[in-house]
Design a protein around this ligand. Structure first.
Ligand SMILES: Nc1ncnc2c1ncn2[C@@H]1O[C@H](COP(=O)(O)OP(=O)(O)OP(=O)(O)O)[C@@H](O)[C@H]1O
Ligand SMILES: [Mg+2]
Length: 605
């Protein structure tokens, strides 16, 4: 065999187009199984629809339709939104070119960030069925609606639009319809499209969703909040999150005339004075043009920025749009029938210069299964994450919490068990996903700590409730025993005196009621939380037998803003586990031959 030489190798070298790469590595984008392909396609289209509606200030109404197509394992996914629409000139590149999008360069919270999502779904459909993606859209009542089909040339990563035509009778004033035919598998249950939509409804109470399955079954989730989330504002990069290579690239491409202008205008949180000081410490003239700064000087500037003596304020956080306490409660009550709901929104924090914020919701009791491991609902920028739970920072943080102190059972290194759902939402300008398929969050210490703190705050409130309920149960058992004794005592006294002892019986029963007051919580107001929790705006307790609470009734009382632990990690309050409530103040078991002396029986009470 001829020896391979540098020359023969050089003839084989070729540029690889990004679409060719992802066509071969489709698992990286979430298309590694037929079932997941269906979910990923729905998810990418729904994410885009929600982002577009919210950016345009339109309350989203989204329709997801799945249809079986001709051929084995062939499905049509159709997603329609009432968003701002897409101008026809942009549609080919949006649907037929990987790494093309409006969000990659903008530092604000959105569901999409990479510019791959919908074009990857279109490419997967094309690879598995040979069919193009179909698009219909309209940008407003005055503009004509149009339809077109888009193919992607994977050799060049360039789009090809086919058959553009106007649609005179399109059914919406504005919006977009995307239809992809693809090889897929439709299954219900865990990690299904239905589960995804259900979770979208929980984390996005302002969205109305309609769904039709391939079997023709339909489902709808009407919005329970009548306003869009506060629109996040775009921010400039924070100097602490920028690496040396990025700083050099920014210096080269800055349109500002001087280094001080570059520092104070291309970054957030650098004042002109601070910019001057940084340039001086790096040995760069304040008036120097940014694109003349050499590598060594850039390195010195980078060191000056990251010097521990340099004080730079943390990034501003209006680039984030958390779900919010009331909305989270509304979402949870719309999606989960439980007895206790508790939510917590942490203050924004920063990882690698990127602002992020954690929100947690707990739902406990009610219809939830009591003998299983708790279910963790993970969300990143309001998008449900359904795969790779084990490797996700969110799951790890939930397992870090010591749940036994809140009255739940938990094996070492596992999730707690009990009738519990833990919802965690991570909002960030850049969610550090562990892969391009955006299904699990990478393990950053700062993020894990914030999640743990938020879960602990909610957990403490749940523990308080669970403990109170366990005590009420034990008191109810105590009351039953007292009442048995009272019967015996009164009967005996009646036998001795030969008279009915009505008053005596009533008095003894009154004492029994007083001594076991908490049992009334179970009998009269099922689910009462106790005053401290009832006045906490982050907690909602409902009678599990009653109808589901209305959305605006989701908050129990006006804010008092005082609940919750101090900022830093607070040790978990130690509470007895549910069912282990000490019963040592119970009277001894009823004697088989009751004593006839009423006085001695009274002492038991
Ligand atoms: N339904 C829609 N309505 C309006 N604009 C849309 C719609 N779908 C997509 N777009 C536009 O097309 C762009 C590309 O979408 P795509 O899903 O490929 O990437 P992305 O959403 O930016 O990031 P990601 O890869 O993380 O999803 C979006 O940034 C958005 O500007
Ligand atoms: Mg997208």
């Amino acid at each position: 065999m001829a020896r391979v030489t540098a020359e023969t190798l050089s003839r084989k070298q070729r540029e690889i187009s990004v679409s060719e790469f992802f066509a071969k590595n489709r698992h990286l984008l979430g298309f590694d199984s037929l079932r997941k392909a269906l979910l990923t396609t729905v998810k990418e289209a729904v994410d885009n629809s929600l982002d577009a509606c919210e950016e345009a200030g339109i309350l989203p109404e989204i329709r997801v339709e799945l249809e079986a197509a001709r051929g084995a394992n062939r499905y049509l996914v159709r997603v329609t939104d009432n968003g701002p629409g897409i101008v026809p000139e942009q549609a080919p590149r949006i649907f037929g070119q990987l790494l093309y999008g409006s969000k990659f360069h903008s530092l604000k919270q959105s569901r999409g960030q990479q510019g791959i999502g919908i074009s990857a779904a279109a490419m997967y459909g094309q690879l598995t069925t040979g069919k193009p993606v179909s698009v219909e859209s309209r940008t407003g009542p005055e503009a004509p609606a149009y339809a077109m089909q888009v193919m992607i040339d994977t050799n060049t990563n360039k789009p090809k639009a086919i058959g553009r035509r106007n649609l005179p009778d399109w059914h919406l004033d504005h919006g977009t319809l995307v239809e992809v035919e693809l090889e897929a598998k439709y299954l219900k249950g865990r990690q299904s499209v239905e589960e995804f939509l259900h979770q979208v409804a929980v984390a996005n109470p302002h969205v109305t969703l309609h769904y039709r399955s391939p079997n023709g079954d339909t489902d709808s989730w009407a919005r329970t909040v009548e306003r869009n989330p506060t629109a996040p504002r775009e921010i400039k990069p924070h100097p602490h999150g920028v690496e040396l290579g990025v700083l050099m690239k920014m210096l080269q491409s800055s349109r500002h005339k001087t280094v001080t202008q570059f520092l104070s205008r291309d970054f957030s949180r650098i004042s002109p004075q601070l910019a001057g000081g940084l340039a001086k410490r790096a040995g760069i003239k304040a008036k120097a043009r940014p694109n003349t700064v050499a590598r060594q000087a850039a390195d010195a500037l980078y060191k000056a920025i990251n010097d521990s003596k340099t004080r730079i304020r943390p990034p501003s956080t209006d680039c984030l749009s958390p779900i919010g306490v009331q909305e989270l409660l509304a979402g949870l009550t719309r999606g989960v029938r439980a007895e206790f709901y508790g939510v917590e929104t942490r203050k924004p924090a920063v990882y690698r210069g990127n602002p992020f914020q954690v929100e947690v919701g707990l739902a406990w009791g009610g219809d939830l299964a009591g003998d299983e491991l708790a279910k963790v609902l993970r969300f990143a920028n309001r998008v449900p994450l359904q795969y790779y739970a084990g490797s996700c920072c969110i799951t790890k943080a939930v397992m870090d919490v010591s749940w036994r102190t809140y009255g739940l059972t938990q094996s070492r290194g596992a999730l707690p068990s009990g009738p519990l759902i833990v919802l965690v939402h991570l909002a960030s300008v850049w969610v550090p996903f562990s892969s391009e398929s955006k299904v699990a969050v990478a393990d950053y210490d700062e993020i894990r700590k914030e999640i743990k703190l938020a879960v602990q705050t909610c957990g403490r409130r749940l523990g308080q409730y669970v403990k109170r309920k366990a005590r009420a149960r034990s008191e109810a058992r105590r009351r039953e025993v007292f009442n048995l004794y009272i019967d015996e005592v009164v009967n005996s006294v009646e036998a001795i005196t030969g008279k009915e002892q009505k008053l005596f019986r009533e008095r003894l029963l009154a004492i029994s009621r007083r001594k076991t007051e908490l049992a009334g919580m179970l009998e009269e107001a099922k689910g009462a939380a106790g005053e401290d929790l009832e006045t906490c705006e982050n907690v909602l307790v409902v009678d599990p037998d009653a109808a589901p609470p209305a959305a605006d009734a989701a908050v129990a009382a006006p804010a008092n803003g005082k609940d919750g632990p101090p900022e830093d990690e607070a040790p978990d309050e130690v509470l007895p586990a549910e069912g282990l409530e000490p019963l040592d103040d119970l009277p001894p078991p009823l004697p088989t031959e009751p004593e006839r002396d009423p006085g001695s029986q009274l002492e038991l009470v």
